[in-house]
Design a binder for this molecule. Structure first.
Ligand code: CMP
Length: 139
């Protein structure tokens, strides 16, 4: 089915000038960008986004990293977009990511892994709505 998913190009990738490379991998994979913006999250915004990880030992560092610089958030649409984008990103840990994936190509380490993608239909909906109003999405 045609789905929508949510993507973040994370600070480590933006900082290294990789926005265009990652967007090219996304569109080459057949996913369509139906919403996009560049922004610099504040602490409350990042804590809210990663609220599900609040009790994890890496939460504080994760939030600090995500507010360390600007990010590019987008809403992607396509056939099985959620699973398809997760496959394109590769394993969370770039050291375990397959050849041809974004994290294999650009990820630095488990935290600085260059991109985020929703893990299921419910989170996709919540995450898109956390950054986009309906009138900021096209198509
Ligand atoms: P993401 O897919 O955005 O979801 C949570 C993020 O936490 C993850 O990518 C990594 O950037 C970061 N992270 C840091 N340490 C860990 C860990 N041990 N397990 C999972 N994610 C981690």
């Amino acid at each position: 089915a045609i789905e929508r998913t949510f993507s973040i190009i994370k600070p480590d990738a933006v900082e290294r000038g990789l926005i265009a490379d990652i967007l090219k991998m996304i569109t080459d994979s057949g996913l369509k960008i139906v919403g996009m913006k560049m922004l610099h999250m504040d602490k409350a915004k990042a804590e809210g986004f990663y609220a599900v990880h609040k009790e994890r030992p890496f939460f504080g560092e994760l939030v600090d990293y995500m507010i360390s610089g600007p990010v590019v958030v987008s809403c992607l649409e396509g056939e099985d977009a959620i699973a398809s984008y997760r496959k394109l990103m590769g394993a969370t840990n770039p050291a375990e990511a397959e050849e041809g994936t974004i994290r294999k190509a650009f990820g630095v380490n488990l935290q600085n892994n260059s991109c985020h993608g929703s893990d299921g239909p419910d989170t996709a909906k919540t995450e898109v709505a956390y950054f986009f109003n309906e009138d900021e999405l096209v198509g």
